[in-house]
Design a protein around this ligand. Sequence first.
Ligand code: APR
Length: 246
Amino acid sequence: MPHAESVLAQLRARLTATTRVAVLSGAGISAASGVPTFRGGPDSLWEQERPQDLATPEAFHRDPDKVWRWYDWRRGLVAACRPNPGHAALVSLEALTADVTILTQNVDGLHQRAGSRRVIEYHGSLWTVRCTACGREARDERVPLPLPPRCGACGGLLRPGVVWFGEPIDPQVRREAADAAAGCDVFLVVGTSGVVHPAAGLAGIAKQAGARVAEFNLEPGGLGGWVDDFVPGGAETTLPQLLSAR
Ligand code: APR
């Protein structure tokens, strides 16, 4: 039996009704849905723009209209995408073992649209907006948005409800994610380059707490020493194979 198949069979054997599973997902799990990755090939989100020109508080302060045009474009792109079999396999995992927590770095909302019940959005969401004046946060799924969007309560300028480079992760989100990583028996790392912290460090928390760590990626990401098993290939294929492995 080829190595990857035996890894999947052994991993599948670990996934029983009593297994607590946490999944750290990145842009790679949404790639097959048509959502470009950040650091990937020619279709990556950043190829058309430079990250520091868009996803930072300074960029928003300097040119909110430009930042909003990019986010509105991303919202429109994601709204036209659908969850793929990788997202669906993680939903099926919940039928296998009740305790599945998705810790996603993605802001596209595709895990929830696929039906995952417990999703922690570590970097916020494209579908949330927050008022820069009164702080009010709301879900807003309008596509396109009237730009620049204004707060319904106070008329203040809204910002995307995502975590920008240089901004801290919400303390409660960070705590809940760390607890899920520390409390799991199996930690799946799916479609992330593992270069952005503190999200990437969740794999280390899981490993140090005794979990089995398995990475699903086209190529090994930056989590090297924390990974026990590497499953090469597209998550849209390998995650369904995990569920059906025998
Ligand atoms: N299946 C599995 N993995 C894939 C697939 C696929 N079909 N396609 C691409 N990948 C992998 C790539 O090999 C890469 O390791 O997905 C990863 C995507 O890496 P990034 O583009 O860096 O995305 P991500 O890891 O989610 O970035 C983390 O950086 O820009 C910030 O806030 C942003 O949340 C993001 C964070």
